[in-house]
Design a protein around this ligand. Structure first.
Ligand code: B16
Ligand code: MG
Length: 214
């Protein structure tokens, strides 16, 4: 029986794709590295350093670990500046309704995000106090598809993994949910993943799926 729902943040609750793109693009231009929206798409749900490694596939020189750290810092400083524009209006359609319905039906809700900026993003969109637990990039060493972030979220909800469902927009996140032995619901880009237990086009469909499994 499902008792808890763990939400990925970026791509499920809010979209920061454009901000990530602009910030990585600024870094790539500075380094004369080719970067486009298609490469940006491959960064969905992937950690900051793993994202840089993907971007560096197009670089003409190799970078030391210190240089890589400086590049991710450069990107993140600019990304955080862009996040100042994020507001509650950026919460994706029907998200608030779904959170409210789940709470009214006594489900516990959590965030399970790879982002180290999770708390800043939640603050900007006014949802800092809306979840029973938060697990994010600052809690883990191994990013999605490793299950760690979801296992920590379940632990903080005081639930067993099999009592939790995950809602994800990235293949790596669906894989992480299955590695955690949780029920994996794919939305957006993640609906291409064969590993999804359920696929949705609108987050409000989550309610029916969860209630049916009760
Ligand atoms: P940060 P999610 C992920 O968030 C993003 O989808 C991914 O593009 C980003 O690289 C990653 O967080 C790390 O973000 O640089 O802020 O630590 O989808 O897991 O909520
Ligand atoms: Mg995501």
């Amino acid at each position: 029986m499902l008792k808890g729902i763990i939400f990925d943040l970026d791509g499920v609750i809010v979209t920061t794709d454009q901000y990530h793109y602009q910030a990585w693009k600024k870094m790539a231009d500075k380094e004369n590295i080719y970067f486009d929206e298609e490469i940006n798409h491959r960064l969905r749900g992937v950690s900051r350093m793993a994202s840089l490694e993907i971007i560096l596939e197009k670089a003409n020189k190799s970078y030391t670990d210190e240089e890589k750290k400086a590049l991710t810092d450069y990107k993140n400083d600019y990304y955080k500046k862009l996040l100042q524009d994020l507001s509650p209006q950026d919460i994706l359609p029907n998200v608030l309704k779904v959170l409210d319905t789940l709470k009214k039906n006594n489900y516990k809700i959590a965030i399970g995000s790879s982002s180290k900026n999770t708390k800043l993003i939640l603050k900007q969109i006014g949802l800092s106090h809306s979840f029973d637990a938060i697990a994010d990039g600052t809690d883990i060493k191994r990013s999605k598809p490793h299950p760690d972030v979801f296992l920590i979220a379940a632990e903080r909800l005081n639930l067993k993994p099999f009592e939790c469902a995950v809602i994800e927009d990235a293949d790596a996140g669906i894989e992480a949910a299955k590695n955690a032995k949780m029920y994996a619901i794919g939305i957006g880009a993640a609906t291409n993943s064969e590993l999804c237990d359920a696929k949705i086009t609108d987050i409000k469909e989550v309610i029916d799926i969860i209630m049916k499994k009760a």
